[in-house]
Structures are given as C-alpha cells and as structure tokens.
Ligand binder design. Structure first.
Ligand code: ATP
Ligand code: PH2
Ligand code: MG
Length: 229
C-alpha cells in the first residue's frame, strides 16, 4: 500500500484515537536510528522470501489456544502476544508483527529460533523501541507515518491487521486469520500482565473496531482471499 493510499486511513485513526502525528513521526526516526546503529535490519526482499501463497496470521484472541492442535502448512505470522501461544505449542512463527507490548521474552526466544521480527514504531512505544530493538536480530522496521528508507509502511493499524496488510503486500494469495476474536474479550496472551482473558477496555474496543474495518477494506480491495478459521 502506498503512503498516499494509507494517509486518509491514518488521518481517521488520529482523529478517533487522539494520537500525536509528530510523536509517531519521531518514533519512526528513532526506530531508523536504532536499526542503523545495531545493523540488525533486513530488507522487504528477505521478508518476501518467507511469504508463501498460503499465510496464517495468528492473533491472541481467546479462541486461539483451541485452534493450535493441528499442522499449518504455509507462512506463519504471529501478531505480538500470539507468539507466546505458538511457542507453547512448539510452533515457531516465520514472522512476528509487534509493537513490543506482548511478552518480550517470548518474542526474543522466537527471534533466536529464527523468526523475523517486524517492529512497529509509534508515539507510545518509543521507550520499548530503545529497550528492545538493540537486542533483536533480523528486524524489519515499520511505521504508520510517511515511510523512511529502512522503515516501511505497508498499511494496517493494530498488530493483527498490520500483519494481514504485510502478507497482502508481499504476495500472499490466501490469508487465514486464526484467533481473531473482535468481541468483548481480550485474550490472555495479549498483554504480559494478563493471566486470564479479560473484558475489553474502551481504548482497545476502538482499536478492534478500526482493525475490523481495515480488514474488511482489505478483503474488498486486496488481491488475497482473506478467511477466518
Ligand atoms: N480477542 C483478541 N484479543 C487480543 N488481540 C486480538 C483479539 N482479536 C484479535 N486480536 C488481534 O491481535 C492483535 C494482538 O496484538 P496486541 O495484543 O499486541 O495488540 P496491539 O495491536 O499491540 O494493540 P495494543 O496497543 O492495545 O496492545 C491485536 O492487535 C488485534 O489485531
Ligand atoms: N500512537 C499510537 N499508535 C499506535 C498504538 C498506540 O498505542 N499509539 N497502538 C497500536 C496497536 O498496535 C498501533 N498504533
Ligand atoms: Mg502489540
């Protein structure tokens, strides 16, 4: 997705969520600086090499645990906290899409085991970028503002829908969403402090509504078939 195509969506997100565009831009520049300093970044070409026609995107919804006792043949993309559930089932994601607010020790472990980590920069995770990015390898940086030379914007907002936009951009033909439960329960894997599924909070509900609308848009305007399993 081109920046010019994404910008109206981003403008809407700023209005609904009340984010600060300048802080988001600053975060993208910070991520760029961290990647250049750590020399731990990969290119979209290396990421594309991992994208097969069938892509599974895992989200840490309450239904996720019950869906992992089967073989998945294709590219496995974990949305942030879903990484923990996959590792618990001895599944290593090819790619993790995160804004670094899942269980970082699991993201780190998966990264050591070969996962490429697509790290998203925004105005509310700059401290996390500083703390965690230097310790990762095979990182691809993304942002929600105008892309930079090594920080990309494939579209999407929350970790889950951003993962679907990434798969679409890199050539997936079928994107299967696993554990996407955009209801009133936030899955326990979503946040380090959650040890049970939790009732959704206002801010998260808004994010889910935006994510659902973006996925619907992608279903209607993208090339890939998008299904829920
Ligand atoms: N019931 C659910 N609980 C948690 N995540 C869900 C659920 N259903 C779908 N998802 C998707 O999985 C992603 C999990 O990522 P994560 O929990 O880190 O949230 P996030 O996108 O970082 O938002 P936040 O900033 O609130 O953490 C969500 O962004 C959302 O797109
Ligand atoms: N500024 C800002 N941007 C975001 C935020 C957030 O909390 N603040 N959360 C996101 C979910 O992945 C994606 N983008
Ligand atoms: Mg997250």
């Amino acid at each position: 997705m081109k920046w010019s195509e994404w910008e109206p969506f981003y403008q809407y997100i700023l209005e609904v969520m009340g984010y600060d565009r300048e802080a988001d831009k600053k975060a993208a520049l910070l991520l760029r600086e961290l990647l250049l300093k750590s020399k731990n970044y990969v290119s979209p070409i290396e990421l594309k090499e991992r994208i097969r026609e069938q892509v599974y995107v895992f989200a840490p919804g309450p239904s996720l645990d019950g869906k992992l006792n089967r073989k998945f043949v294709g590219t496995l993309i974990a949305s942030d906290g879903a990484t923990s559930a996959l590792l618990e089932n001895n599944i290593i994601p090819h790619i993790i899409v995160t804004d670094l607010d899942g269980r970082f020790e699991d993201i780190k472990r998966a990264n050591e085991l070969g996962s490429i980590v697509v790290v998203h920069a925004h105005g509310d995770n700059m401290d996390k970028l500083r703390t965690y990015v230097p310790g990762l390898k095979n990182v691809l940086g993304t942002c929600q503002t105008e892309p930079l030379d090594i920080v990309y914007n494939f579209g999407g907002f929350t970790d889950g829908d951003r993962a679907a936009f990434l798969a679409e951009e890199l050539g997936a033909k079928r994107i299967s969403l696993v554990g996407f439960d955009f209801g009133d329960i936030v899955g326990k894997w979503s946040k380090p402090h959650l040890n049970t599924h939790a009732l959704i909070w206002e801010n998260k509900k808004k994010k889910f509504q935006i994510a659902e609308r973006l996925l619907d848009w992608l279903r209607r305007n993208g090339r890939a078939e998008i299904i829920e399993i």
